[in-house]
Design a binder for this molecule. Structure first.
Ligand code: SAH
Ligand code: SF4
Ligand code: F3S
Length: 483
């Protein structure tokens, strides 16, 4: 196994040099454009990462990005469709943008991403001021679509691809702190969880060429970035076949990809998201253990703690399976490994007892933090077709409140374990609450705030944690680890 990884690494590193050069040349090009693009992103990290691809495609077509919507010739909203309220947010924003459009007749508005893909041309009928509708796999076509819209026509491309990974496009980092960056390693999802719209909005799962992933990570590191997060809806099913010179193919799986990225430099931290409980392997856990710079933190969404509910959610694991994965994480990576989860309250036909199973699973897993949602029926999904959305809004809300209360207590308890210990922190910037304090994250993805003194963003520092809330750790620096 080790020799396969080493060989693969070598092949990939050769190719990296070329890819890095290409991205550097394009980044040094002067931006002589007069047209301005304002792009706003909603939803998950994948969507934010996609906006960086969009900015790159549009820059090559002569658009510079602006952070002021009033200053723009073109406005893109990169949208999310995961829950109804995500779509409502976009609709309200479109009303606001319409006011700008009335003042500025030539202004074009495009809706991109998952809501565009879900609603397709219906969106043009529902929201008259929208000029362009583009799905997540059609961003290369944006310059043509914009040209079409400039002639006064409505422009739509919602074609979903089985191959598109945008591997060759060097993202333009938007709102970047110059320290942490996201790298998309795959697209789409083949899982078909019954509640979820993602397989319909993002299409079939496909992995990105590891050469281009490594080239992007290497390039980021050379530009001074210190942390990359590898993104996919289900990173554990990452898979790439390499055709080696002798014609024999070898496969790169997620554990191997992690190892390759971690090998770029010990000062480059590696994170990843999202892991699926049915797919996360011991090999991945041992790889995390082996590399100090792969963070001890796993986002492992449970969704429910009850096996019957998990079955109708089509998550393809049981409560016991999930508990076993937690046990393996704690065995291999230790009690302090950070674990977070997503939980859905009030899925179709969920009983009080089944809801309490979610609460008890949270207690068992001792999640460090969690993202918690009320079930929102999405048109066209298997759950919408097969099961009644029969839990009342009041009951859903009450169950969510209980889930949040348990998580808040668990987060506090988990944070209290960090007190009295020294944590290696990558400093990301000034604390939101005080200019005299810096903020960064430790290995377990916990935010740590400490007095600025002479420390600088983009460096690692050892911080002794002395107090905490359920959201934040506080302490003071005890030494600089590396610069
Ligand atoms: N691929 C990831 C999650 C993607 S969506 C995974 O498999 O875990 C992010 C989260 O949104 C999900 O984990 C789920 O908790 C939540 N979610 C998805 N569809 C939802 C729906 N219809 N209603 C409420 N929450 C939903
Ligand atoms: Fe949705 Fe399930 Fe795929 Fe996650 S794994 S994106 S929840 S279908
Ligand atoms: Fe939303 Fe699409 Fe992400 S639906 S959560 S933006 S994949």
């Amino acid at each position: 196994m080790t020799h396969i990884i080493t060989d693969t690494l070598k092949i990939l590193q050769e190719a990296d040099k070329e890819a890095c050069e290409t991205s550097r040349v394009s980044e040094n090009e002067p931006i002589s454009s007069k047209k301005r693009l304002f792009i706003e992103s909603y939803g998950c990290q994948m969507n934010f990462s996609d906006s960086e691809i969009v900015a790159s495609v549009m820059r090559d077509a002569g658009f510079a990005t602006t952070s002021d919507a009033n200053d723009a010739d073109l406005i893109f909203l990169n949208t999310c469709a995961i829950r109804d309220n995500a779509e409502q947010k976009v609709r309200i924003r479109l009303q606001h943008l319409n006011a700008i459009k009335r003042r500025k007749p030539g202004l074009l508005i495009g809706v991109l991403g998952c809501m565009a893909e879900r609603l397709k041309t219906k969106l043009l009928e529902e929201e008259k001021m929208v000029d362009i509708v583009t799905g997540p796999d059609a961003y290369r076509d944006l310059p043509r679509l914009v040209e079409e819209a400039e002639t006064g026509q409505k422009a739509v491309n919602v074609f979903l691809s089985r191959e598109e990974t945008y591997a060759d496009i060097a993202p333009v980092r938007l709102n970047s702190n110059g320290i942490t960056a996201m790298i998309s390693i795959m697209r789409g999802c083949d899982n078909m969880c019954s509640f979820c719209v993602v397989p319909y909005t993002r299409g079939r799962e496909r992995s990105r060429d590891p050469k281009s992933i490594l080239a992007e990570a290497q390039d980021l590191f050379e530009k001074g970035y210190k942390e990359v997060t590898l993104l996919g809806q289900n990173v554990d099913s990452y898979k790439w076949s390499i055709n080696q010179e002798n014609g024999e193919g070898s496969q790169v799986n997620f554990a191997q990809l992690l190892e390759m990225v971690a090998s770029i430099h010990p000062d480059l931290r590696v994170r990843f998201s999202t892991s699926h409980p049915k797919d996360i392997t011991d090999e991945v856990l041992y790889t995390i253990k082996k590399y100090e710079n792969i963070c001890n933190y796993i986002h492992l969404p449970a969704q429910s703690g009850n096996s019957r509910v998990l079955e109708i959610m089509n998550r393809t694991y049981t409560r016991e399976w999930y508990m076993n994965r937690i046990d393996r994480i704690r065995d291999i990576l230790g009690e302090d490994c950070g674990i977070s989860s997503d939980m859905i309250a009030g899925f179709c036909s969920e009983t009080e007892e089944e809801h309490r199973d979610s609460l008890s699973l949270m207690e068992y897993a001792q999640f460090d933090f969690g993202y918690m949602f009320i079930y929102s029926e999405r048109p066209g999904t298997p759950a919408a077709k097969k099961y009644a959305d029969d839990i009342s809004p009041e009951v859903k809300q009450r169950r969510l409140t209980e889930i949040i209360a348990v998580q808040r207590r668990l987060s506090l308890e988990r944070n209290q374990r960090a007190i009295g210990k020294v944590h290696k922190v990558l400093i990301e910037g000034t604390s939101k609450k005080s200019a005299e304090h810096l903020s960064g994250r430790n290995d377990q993805n916990k935010v740590i705030v400490f007095p600025r003194e002479h420390y600088k963003p983009g460096t690692y520092v050892d911080v002794l944690v002395t107090e905490c809330t359920s959201a934040t750790l506080k302490g003071h620096a005890v030494s600089t680890v590396t610069v």
